[in-house]
Design a protein around this ligand. Structure first.
Ligand SMILES: [Zn+2]
Length: 139
């Protein structure tokens, strides 16, 4: 997946660590960056989740490290696409495996009648369904 920078060069997407307020490290955030002018921008589709985290942290956050791939399903899928163990697997297979994992979690959450957990897993399934097209573009 490629995107053009304002300077005319192409931008590539990578998972990078974002530092918020010099205190919070958010690792594995999908970011587009330009090799020519170093401009970078957050992948538009993960912005709602990223701004959600930053909103929760507030203006005086404690020093901490967060893993964006545990919060955003698209970051989770991107991380897998770039992992060695999945190097030869087609993206469809990676997405399918993740959906199966989430469905197993959903069954477990439902059997425990854990409503917040059920809602969380449902939200993740929606993210995967909505974003699997853009993850495909990465391959
Ligand atoms: Zn540029």
């Amino acid at each position: 997946m490629q995107k053009h920078c304002k300077c005319g060069s192409s931008m590539s997407i990578r998972l990078r660590t974002v530092i918020y307020q010099n205190k919070v490290e958010i690792e594995n955030v999908p970011i587009f960056s330009c090799d020519s002018c170093q401009r970078s921008e957050v992948f538009a589709e993960v912005k709602p989740e990223l701004t959600g985290i930053i909103g929760q942290l507030g203006s005086l956050p404690e020093k901490q490290q967060l893993s964006f791939h545990h919060i955003s399903e698209i970051a989770c899928l991107m991380k897998r696409v770039t992992e060695k163990q999945y190097a030869s697997a087609p993206v469809e297979k990676i997405v399918e495996d993740r959906i199966n994992e989430l469905l197993d979690l959903l069954l477990l959450a439902q059997s425990l009648k854990d409503e917040p957990w059920i809602a969380d897993v449902r939200k993740r399934l929606e993210q995967v369904a909505k974003h699997s097209v853009s993850v495909n573009d990465l391959a």
